[in-house]
Each structure stands twice: as structure tokens, then as C-alpha cells.
Design a protein around this ligand. Structure first.
Ligand SMILES: Cc1ncc(COP(=O)(O)O)c(C=O)c1O
Length: 375
């Protein structure tokens, strides 16, 4: 129940990776025929990404992670925008990169979020008015609360004010209807395969105009020079297969995850009426439940659940090593104690009804137990 951290690669994905290692191991940059299967694989993967995501063209730059795609996007925006505008609840790959850019002298504005976990559109408008030709970087779905950001409004505001736009879609792909991407027409959009049952260590950045890219990696001329380094063809094959599997059953997958999340949440809330949902409950992605168990230590709950075989987390997987309260929940106005008392549960297509029901019963019992101890 920690699928926002990562998801298990499906058997068909594992097979696609193995198949690529067997048959397309050649270097796609080789002029000879051994490189042809790998070149074909990359061409097909770009076509499929375009087909499934509905982007206007096939300009996908393959990267080694969502983090790398985000860094590439932000560095490129920094080259062309007068100021980077981002949001306090972004993933650390955006916030840390924005801090670095600011240290390097680029004006950066980190705008506030509402208590419901959404980008504050009024503040965004003010910042866009104050900074002509800025560049906006906003996530589509928050990885901790699952709150879906008002992406159409954000896009419209960015366009109205002549700003460039990057969307971090790492948590959106495969979990919501993404066929609006064509209409949104962002300058950049990042994704990462391991959030939709693909392999870890492979992602992509869609770029509307590759001329805007400021390469992070330079060296050989791979990917037209926009991202040097021999491509991870096996990982890319796995990402393509995972995307295919998800989009062939997109609506069923979304409905399944929503059902599990709702069963789980209802049972926990029925049994523990003192537990609250973090973030706007009506604007959340299908699979995420971030709950505040006020009065108890969330880390203790996560630890006890771990020993019982239920895996969940307190904030994003990249930051769980640090004993700090979630920056997302703090930005939404939760106290330090409330942030420490909060736990994220996130479901995936491989979870079952039985698991959701059993987990809910155990979570409720453990939470009640800890509540008595902490009282
Ligand atoms: C919203 C968001 N952006 C970016 C990333 C980074 O992706 P990766 O783990 O592939 O580096 C994540 C991963 O948790 C995420 O949730």
C-alpha cells in the first residue's frame, strides 16, 4: 500500500525488458545493422508514448528517472524564463533544483498552497503579473495527498501571461484521464515508469520545442544531443509495455484503485472517527489516502504496520530517511505534530479487495491501540 513510492513491474513488463536485452542490445547509435533493433525500439516507444498520452508530437527525451526529467525541464526553463515560479508542495526533485537555480542567481518564487492541498491560483496570478515571461513548474498530482491540481486553470494562467509551463506528471500517468494533454499543450511534461508498474530507473520528458532544452548531460550526440548517453533500451521497452498494459485497461485500472482506496478509507474512518483525511477529499486521484491520526506518532504506526506486512509511508519515499515532518503537509498549514501524525496509503492495480479490507481492519486496530498508549 505504498504504490506512490513505487509499483511492482508486471510480469509482461519483466518479459519485455528481458526480450529487449536478448534482441535489442545493440547500440542505437551504431551505424551497422546490429543497432537497428534498438533504433526501432526507440522509435516505437516514442510513437506509443505519443499515442497513449496524446501529445502533439513524438518529442520524448528518455531519462534515467522522473527526477532527471524534472531537473532537465527546470534547467531548460531557467535558460528561457525570467523567473521560475513553482509551488511549496512540489516533489523534492523540483524544490531542490529550484533552490540550486536560485543560488546560481535566477529569481525563483515558491508560491503557497491552500489548506486543501492545491496550488493557490490567486498567488500564481500575482506572481505571473509581477514577472513577465516567467516559467511555471507545477505537478499534476501531489504524491503525498493525491490532490489533483487545477491544471487547466494553471495552464490558462501561464499562457495568458506568456509564461513557459512544465507539468510534473509523475503521479498522473495511468491514474487519471490524460487525454487532455493535447489541449494543455505544455512546454514540458515529465513521467517515470516505476509509478505505473514499469521498471525503476527510466523516465521521459516530453518537450514541445526541443530548441528550449538545455542538456543536463553532454557528450555523444544521442537523442539529437538533448540527452547524451547510450539509451537504456531495455528499460524503455519495459516502460512502453507498462504504458500499453495500463492504457489498454485504463478505466478499469482507475475504477479498481478507487474502489480499494474507498473501501479502505471508509472502514478506517468508520472505526476511528477521530482520523481526518489530509487534502481535498473530492479532488484526489483514485489511489491515495493520506490520513492524520491526530495524537499518535505516525512513525510508530508505520513501524507496527511494517511488522504486520502492511507497507505505507509518512511522506515521499525520497525523504523518508530524514526525520522531518512532510513539507507538503506543513505547507498546507498542518502543525508539526499533525504532520508527524499523518500516514500515506496508496493503492495499485496489483492490490486486491481482500488486502484493502484486511489492511483497513489492522490499521484501525493499531491506531486505536497507539491512541490509548499515547493518551
Ligand atoms: C510527483 C513526483 N515527481 C517526481 C518524482 C521522481 O521520480 P523518480 O523516483 O523516478 O526519480 C516522484 C517520485 O516519487 C514524484 O512522486
Amino acid at each position: 500500500m505504498d504504490h506512490n513510492a513505487t509499483t511492482p513491474p508486471l510480469p509482461e513488463v519483466v518479459e519485455a525488458v528481458c526480450e529487449a536485452l536478448r534482441t535489442a542490445y545493440g547500440n542505437p547509435s551504431s551505424g551497422h545493422r546490429q543497432g537497428e533493433p534498438a533504433r526501432r525500439l526507440l522509435r516505437r516507444a516514442r510513437e506509443r508514448l505519443q499515442g497513449y498520452l496524446g501529445t502533439p508530437d513524438e518529442q520524448f527525451i528518455f531519462t534515467g528517472s522522473g527526477t532527471e526529467a524534472n531537473n532537465l525541464a527546470l534547467r531548460s526553463l531557467a535558460r528561457h524564463g525570467s523567473c521560475i515560479i513553482t509551488n511549496a508542495i512540489e516533489h523534492s526533485s523540483i524544490l531542490s533544483c529550484a533552490t540550486r537555480l536560485q543560488d546560481e542567481g535566477l529569481p525563483t518564487k515558491v508560491i503557497t498552497a491552500t489548506s486543501e492541498g492545491e496550488v493557490d491560483l490567486c498567488v500564481l496570478r500575482q506572481q505571473l503579473l509581477a514577472h513577465r515571461h516567467a516559467a511555471v513548474s507545477i505537478q499534476w498530482i501531489n504524491n503525498e495527498t493525491g490532490v489533483i491540481q487545477p491544471i487547466r486553470e494553471i495552464t490558462a494562467l501561464a499562457r495568458e501571461h506568456g509564461a513557459l509551463l512544465h507539468i510534473d506528471a509523475a503521479q498522473a500517468i495511468g491514474k487519471i484521464d490524460t487525454n487532455v494533454i493535447g489541449d494543455l499543450d505544455p512546454d514540458f511534461l515529465s513521467l517515470t515508469a516505476h509509478k505505473f508498474n514499469g521498471p525503476a530507473g527510466v523516465g521521459a520528458l516530453y518537450a514541445r520545442q526541443t530548441a528550449l532544452i538545455d542538456p543536463l548531460c553532454i557528450g555523444g550526440g544521442q537523442q539529437d544531443g538533448w540527452h547524451a548517453g547510450t539509451e537504456n533500451t531495455a528499460g524503455i521497452a519495459g516502460m512502453q509495455r507498462a504504458l500499453e498494459l495500463r492504457y489498454n485497461k485504463h478505466h478499469e485500472a482507475i475504477a479498481h484503485m478507487a474502489e480499494l482506496r474507498d473501501i479502505f478509507e471508509k472502514t478506517v474512518l468508520d472505526r476511528c472517527s477521530w482520523v481526518r483525511i489530509n487534502g481535498n477529499r473530492d479532488k484526489r486521484v483514485c489511489n491515495t489516502s493520506n490520513l492524520c491520526f491526530e495524537g499518535i506518532d505516525g512513525q510508530a504506526l508505520v513501524g507496527r504496520l511494517d511488522t504486520l506486512g502492511i507497507y505505507c509511508s509518512q511522506s515521499s519515499a525520497c525523504t523518508t530517511g530524514r526525520p522531518e515532518p512532510s513539507h507538503v503537509l506543513r505547507a498546507m498549514g498542518l502543525s508539526e505534530a499533525q504532520a508527524y501524525a499523518s500516514v500515506r496509503f496508496s493503492f495499485g492495480v496489483t492490490n486486491t479487495h481482500q488486502e484493502a479490507e484486511l489492511a483497513a481492519t489492522i490499521v484501525a486496530a493499531e491506531a486505536e491501540h497507539l491512541k490509548r498508549i499515547f493518551a
